[in-house]
Design a protein around this ligand. Structure first.
Ligand SMILES: Cc1ncc(COP(=O)(O)O)c(C=O)c1O
Length: 393
């Protein structure tokens, strides 16, 4: 009865089962996978959501790409990041996931493919499959830092490739795409009519000073059709408010054609609520205090992780330039899944690298959002495990 867009096997994996059982037993654990900012102990201004009650929201005047004032507010927020985008080139969406779905409808027919980085954001599997798009991986290589393996990217291109996805900075590797990499990518994509979709939801969050301003940004490109994605979810820590956006860049004619078509797709759903559009400018302005708290939390947790891991020779924190996650390379005494289950039994939850499609084992991914004290406690439990292993060996 059901479509094959949804995986046939919905059974929970071992880790989900173990978590459920632990919760059912009422046993606490430190969650180093927490990526919900509203559960991470930040102080949200109590009246932050007051603008959602604006009385003008009682009137419905649908506009497919969003109200111009809200699009201007997003353009002003790009300006804050040093990126100039005309508001006419901005479309509002309900979330970044919504943006992906709209773009797959805009660019791809059923069975067309998009290239996705590996390792990266696990939701791409579902987002593409739900829109009948096929994913093909290209690799990110790690040396002293992560970079695109262009040979693997060119190998992955087929006559049905419609877009290359980049996550900038990437989740979980924390790598920004450099300007040189973006130039090279544009030179590959433009002549083949392949668009670039750049997920910039973490663009505000640097772990290395200056990393964000050194990064390549697609929205100002004039040579290749490109879409930069952002949203309140990460930029001001409000995933529940549901406002995302995309900024369209590229040759003028292509941009105009894309926006005209996007308008039709957006008009079909009209997914963005009027109250959130009316509130956009204030949410972006007042949410800055949340962004600052998140920004200092991730830096302090990342430093604490580096300092703690420096005392455990078998573990290495990979260089991360930005975003909310850190990657720890650990010895492969056992499969990642067993390791993560063992750590959970010790009271700390981490993500295994395979969850993000790391091509080999063993890596643990930790969120940098948890409050400093529990983050430090969780990290010391993880590292203690490898210290113990080393002394047993
Ligand atoms: C790379 C990336 N893009 C998008 C999202 C989700 O954004 P939204 O809540 O706007 O759909 C996430 C959430 O973790 C993410 O890691």
């Amino acid at each position: 009865m059901f479509s094959s867009r949804i995986p046939a096997n919905l059974a929970p994996n071992r880790l989900t089962e173990a978590l459920r059982a632990r919760r059912a037993r009422g046993e606490p654990f430190i969650d180093l996978t927490e990526s919900n900012p509203t559960r991470a102990g930040f102080e949200y201004p109590p009246d932050l959501l007051a603008p959602l009650g604006d009385g003008r929201g009682l009137r419905y005047e649908p506009l497919p790409l969003g109200a111009m004032d809200a699009r201007r507010a997003v353009a002003a927020d790009y300006e804050r990041q040093g990126v100039t985008v005309p508001p006419e080139r901005i479309a509002l969406t309900a979330s970044t996931s919504d943006s992906y779905s709209l773009l797959f409808k805009l660019l791809a027919d059923a069975g067309d493919d998009v290239l996705v980085p590996r390792p990266s954001y696990p939701l791409f599997d579902h987002l593409t499959r739900l829109d009948l798009v096929v994913t093909r991986d290209y690799d990110l290589d790690v040396h002293s830092s992560w970079s695109i393996d262009f040979a693997s990217l060119e190998r992955a291109i087929t006559p049905r490739t419609r877009a290359v996805l980049v996550v900038n900075p990437n989740n979980p590797t924390g790598s920004f795409i450099s300007r040189d990499e973006l130039d090279r990518l544009a030179a590959i994509c433009a002549p083949r009519d392949i668009a670039i979709i750049a997920d910039e939801v973490f663009a505000d969050y640097e772990l290395e000073p200056g990393a964000a301003s050194r990064a390549g940004r697609v929205s100002t490109r004039t040579d290749v059709l490109s879409f930069a994605l952002g949203g309140l979810s990460k930029s001001v820590g409000l995933p529940q408010v549901k406002l995302g956006w995309m900024a369209v860049g590229g040759p003028d004619r292509l941009v105009a054609d894309a926006i005209a078509r996007l308008e039709l797709v957006c008009d079909t759903y009209l997914a963005v609520s009027t109250p959130v559009q009316l509130a956009a400018a204030e949410l972006l302005g007042c949410g800055a205090s949340v962004r600052r708290q998140i920004g200092s939390r991730i830096v302090s947790n990342y430093r604490a992780l580096q300092a703690a891991a420096a005392g455990v020779p078998s573990c290495r924190v990979l260089r991360s330039e930005g975003g909310w996650y850190a990657v720890v390379q650990v010895p492969s005494f056992e499969p990642e899944e067993d390791l993560v289950l063992r750590l959970l039994a010790d009271g700390v939850l981490t993500h295994p690298g395979y969850f993000f499609d790391f091509p080999r084992e063993s890596f643990l991914i930790v969120s940098l959002l948890p409050p400093e004290a529990s983050f430090a406690d969780g990290v010391s439990r993880v590292l203690r495990h490898f210290d113990r292993k080393a002394s047993e060996a």
